[in-house]
Design a protein around this ligand. Structure first.
Ligand SMILES: [Zn+2]
Length: 488
């Protein structure tokens, strides 16, 4: 097999999305599967970790601008802590990994590897909060959690251990907690729309699919090119149930003792999965310049007699871009030809390529090529650093527009059970249908085509249900609009 073939993607995104995704993750150097006997675990390679760090830096900045402080809590949670909130135990029990021994000794109490940290964070918040003056209290931790699901591994989408952040806050009133819930949801929306070039829908989970014990679970949902929805970040208004279970109370100005209203919110490396899945193509990874580890690669094209002047010109440009804060790589390897280099950097997802040959040097220009569509633009050598930033904006806009078109074309309406089934079966995507609110009506659709209600509109956003409208599944009066979709 030639180098070229080994390098290239062989699966088709359109026809074999699952295999194609796995191949991109491997060949673009993003992740490896864990050791034998540890299915469901992956090794995150530096290239993918750099992408995660971009997301982390962006989101952490938004958090800190809005009153959040980072902290860190233990990896393990005593069973008795987990049991204090009944619904948490029931919700996570089948997926919890337990530590029962330390060395050769059996532990007196089993310890859960955290599936989420409400049960260990709330008791400490309870110690820190005494009066209304201590509120709001906001902490966040960047960590990993373990949920031992027996499903097929899909790097960044489905793994037993995953990286995420979990924020936990306490407030004096229900409305304050609601404002917090929405602030975080909007920040998640911004991660996708302003950093990852992925438009999202914003909504709430139906009652039966809320976070265990929550008052309201809100979600941002991203549509993948294969027509499935990704739950891309969730923000929960927990009401007072956690505060009551963990004695998280405060004294009001009138010296009354009241339970706090709490929230929790999380965004995981599933955002990386959505990023890879949304933009990449049959040539490999495609990344927006906002997060790309290298934003520009310079590929010099020379013959023996032009090598010196081409390289010198390329090096000057590299230095100027670096000076301006652009992440740039000059590929001056002697043993590889330009064609090989083009393919390799395309596979790795570098958003803009500069091609520099003797003609460019003579004319004082640079040929820039956009990774997503191969468009070529000639840029003046002068002010190259400013010009390349404009190219980044154009590439970002192209990626966003393509994802937005996919979303717009794939939100459809249905008013009967068969229409829901037929539309999702044929096109995938979201189907909006009037719904009575009963889980049994979702079950019926789930059993037929494994699609579920991924969201309903938020209470404070316009309901589209009119008087007399009937549930598309059972015909009873409709309560809300449900978005049905298959999901990751
Ligand atoms: Zn119904």
């Amino acid at each position: 097999m030639s180098d070229e073939q080994e390098l290239g993607i062989t699966e088709s995104k359109e026809y074999n999305t699952g295999e194609w995704y796995a191949e991109v993750v491997q060949k673009a150097g993003l992740a490896n599967y864990g050791p034998e006997g540890m299915s469901g675990f992956i090794v995150t390679r530096p290239r993918a970790y750099a992408l995660w760090e971009s997301i982390q830096n962006y989101l952490d900045g938004l958090f800190k601008d809005t009153g959040v402080q980072n902290a860190y809590f233990p990896l393990f949670i005593p069973e008795s802590y987990l049991e204090r909130e009944k619904e948490i135990v029931e919700g996570f029990d089948p997926e919890v990994a337990w530590v029962t021994h330390a060395g050769r000794d059996e532990l007196e109490e089993r310890l859960a590897v955290r599936p989420t940290s409400e049960s260990i964070i709330a008791p400490y918040m309870a110690q820190w909060v005494r009066s209304h003056r201590d509120l709001p209290l906001r902490v966040n931790q960047w960590a990993s959690v373990v949920r031992w699901e027996a499903t097929e591994t899909k790097p960044f989408f489905r793994t037993k251990e995953f990286l995420w952040q979990e924020g936990h806050t306490a407030h004096a009133t229900h409305d304050d907690a609601w404002d917090e819930t929405m602030t975080r949801l909007k920040q998640y929306e911004s991660v996708y729309e302003d950093l990852l070039a992925i438009p999202v829908l914003r909504g709430a989970k139906p009652e039966h699919d809320k976070f265990p014990g929550a008052h309201t679970t809100t979600t941002v949902e991203a549509l993948m090119p294969d027509g499935k929805s990704v739950q891309a970040g969730t923000s929960h208004h927990l009401g007072t149930s956690f505060a009551e279970a963990f004695d998280l109370t405060y004294t009001t100005e009138a010296e009354d003792e009241e339970p706090a209203h709490t929230t929790s919110w999380g965004l995981s490396w599933r955002s990386l999965g959505a990023l890879i899945m949304t933009h990449s193509d049959d040539q490999g990874l495609v990344l927006p310049p906002t997060v790309a580890p290298e934003q520009v690669v310079i590929v010099p094209i020379w013959q023996a007699d032009t090598q010196e002047k081409v390289l010198e010109y390329a090096e000057e440009i590299e230095a100027e871009l670096e000076e301006a804060g652009v992440r740039v790589e000059l590929d001056d390897r002697d043993e590889r030809n330009p064609g090989f280099k083009f393919n390799e950097w395309e596979l790795k997802g570098v958003p803009v390529r500069f091609e520099i040959g003797p003609n460019e040097v003579d004319d004082g220009v640079v040929t820039a090529v956009h990774r997503p569509d191969g468009e070529q633009v000639e840029l003046d050598r002068e002010n190259i650093a400013e010009a390349v930033v404009e190219q980044f904006d154009e590439v970002y806009a192209k990626l966003y527009a393509a994802a937005e078109e996919n979303l717009k074309e794939n939100v459809r309406e249905a008013s009967s059970r068969n229409e829901i089934l037929g539309t999702i079966g044929q096109h995938g995507g979201y189907v909006k249908a009037p719904w009575c609110g009963k889980e049994s009506c979702e079950e019926e659709i789930k059993e037929q085509i494994a699609a579920e209600i991924v969201m309903v509109p938020l209470d404070d956003e316009e309901s589209e249900i009119h008087d007399g409208e009937a549930c598309a599944v059972c015909g009873e009066p409709a309560e809300e609009t449900a978005y049905f979709a298959k999901s990751y």
